[in-house]
Design a protein around this ligand. Structure first.
Ligand code: SAH
Ligand code: SF4
Ligand code: F3S
Length: 450
């Protein structure tokens, strides 16, 4: 390994999968002599790991590239280099178009090619002016990423186990930017999990665009489901908590539901997006289930694990959405009672079927619906948080808080919890009396190590 003599600045947009990918890019760059910096002005290499899910997300990248172009010029005046790379889903979706729109960009590579970063950088340094690589290679990216070299990831880490999507919801770019669904082999995941546990990680969140569709190859060539993977991971020494996201309602299998009843390490919190409560809209979205199917599924999950908290994703103003369709979404939210949820205005994405639809909903209508939905979700979230006061919850202590003597941890329901505690408790799960609730967090004091 070289001494760090170069600096890299990585900016991450979008979902947890991108957060994971950015970490893995750092892993690839460390042996090449890159140390991380938090100021782009100092960077020899800047990577924007981008998101294409909504128009706003994609446009942010171009405004950032505008700023970087100026910095690059400033560094060049001082005789210093700044390579600018665009990675992630915008890179995959737009490819060459990026260098046309933003000529300061040196490298463009997609989510499936970043393991080739050493070669891509070498090509750039040897004089190739624009290196654009957005194919879906045949080799296994994860094989090329064996070592997780950068320690100190804290006590909670992401671990991508599945990638890509074959569902083709009519609004969504993910099947195009991430490619076909793919599950990592179980042995590879176990190796990575053990490494993380050895670095002090206690909680793993298994990631996949459709994580509950996971079907990885086992040691004897058999196929292992997500429930099977969770069972294996829960036997890794040091791993105390497991989560997974994002799940599709259609792939919520019986064995996975049963795992929530049986496996104490599987946290009682599930992100299960439904997008809409209207059957007509669900059909137009190609979701493959009705509102009633979803409600029945939620009832089965709650029967297995009564204290499970649910979160979701919603889109308002999908083409053709009437006021009655939107009311059906509000009804569904009232019935499910979420611990929290994300909601978005529909954003037409180039190349997706819904973007071609004639009956686009007006911006004003979308905004009004979003406000109404978000206030309902906010009220549910507030009620859910308030209901924790007076309870005892196991809290995984993660890091020091802002005030002295204060630590921050996570409840089983992913809430941040502030407690007065000793830094020596980082990485431990402590039994906590919840005494207060703020806008985005809880507070409490701990009884004793659980
Ligand atoms: N794989 C996940 C979600 C990926 S995108 C899943 O299947 O649920 C995260 C969320 O972004 C989606 O759940 C959806 O609510 C939202 N989203 C996706 N495409 C969108 C679009 N074109 N406009 C607005 N929101 C969108
Ligand atoms: Fe997108 Fe639908 Fe696949 Fe989720 S299931 S990633 S929303 S196409
Ligand atoms: Fe965005 Fe790509 Fe994730 S489009 S949401 S970064 S999979």
């Amino acid at each position: 390994m070289q001494n760090p003599d170069k600096k890299v600045f990585v900016k991450t947009y979008g979902c947890q999968m991108n957060v994971y990918d950015s970490e893995r890019m750092r892993d690839v760059l460390t042996p090449l002599g890159y140390a991380e910096t938090t100021s782009p002005e100092d960077a020899d290499l800047v990577i924007l790991n981008t998101c294409h899910i909504r128009e706003k997300a994609a446009e942010k990248v171009y405004s950032e590239l505008g700023k970087l172009r100026v910095m690059k010029r400033g560094r060049a005046a001082d005789g210093k280099e700044m390579l600018i790379a665009v990675a992630g889903c915008v890179a995959q979706a737009e490819g060459e178009e990026i260098v046309r729109r933003a000529p300061a960009v040196d490298l463009v590579f997609g989510p499936q090619t970043y393991h080739r970063l050493p070669q891509l950088l070498a090509r750039s340094k040897s004089g190739e002016r624009r290196v654009v690589e957005t194919e879906f290679p045949a080799e296994d990216k994860f094989e090329g990423l064996e070592a997780r070299s950068v320690p100190s990831r804290g006590v909670a880490a992401f671990l991508t186990v599945q990638e890509g999507c074959d569902k083709f919801c009519t609004f969504c770019v993910v099947p195009y930017t991430r490619g076909a669904e793919f599950s990592r082999p179980v042995a590879q995941i176990m190796t990575e999990a053990r490494k993380l546990a050895a670095q002090g990680v206690r909680e793993l969140t298994l990631l996949g665009q459709n994580v509950n569709a996971f079907h990885g190859a086992g040691a004897d060539g058999e196929t292992i489901s997500l429930a099977g993977l969770v069972a294996e991971l829960s036997r890794v020494e040091g791993i105390e908590r497991l989560r997974y996201m994002t799940s599709h309602p259609r792939d919520m299998s019986d064995d996975l539901i049963a795992a929530h009843a049986e496996n104490a390490k599987l946290m009682p919190y599930l992100h299960l997006p439904v997008q809409s409560g209207s059957d007509a809209i669900l059909k137009a979205m190609n979701r493959g289930h009705t509102a009633e199917d979803y409600l029945r599924l939620v009832a089965r999950i709650r029967a297995a694990r009564p204290d499970i908290a649910l979160s979701g994703d919603f889109i308002v103003g999908f083409p053709g959405e009437t006021d009655a369709d939107f009311r059906a979404t509000l009804d569904l939210v009232r019935e499910v009672k979420y611990a929290g949820a994300y909601s978005f205005k529909y954003s037409p994405r180039p190349g997706t079927p819904a973007a071609e639809h004639d009956a686009q909903v007006s911006e004003a209508e979308k905004s009004a619906r979003l406000t109404e939905l978000q206030s309902l979700i906010h009220a549910q979230q507030t009620a859910f948080n308030a209901a924790q006061v007076g309870r005892r919850l196991p809290v995984l202590v993660e890091k020091p808080g802002r005030e002295s003597g204060q630590m921050v941890g996570r409840s089983p329901y992913l809430q941040a919890v502030h407690i007065q505690a000793d830094p020596g408790l980082i990485g431990q799960i402590v039994d906590t009396h919840i005494t207060g609730v703020g806008t985005n967090s809880l507070s409490g004091h701990y009884a004793h190590a659980a």
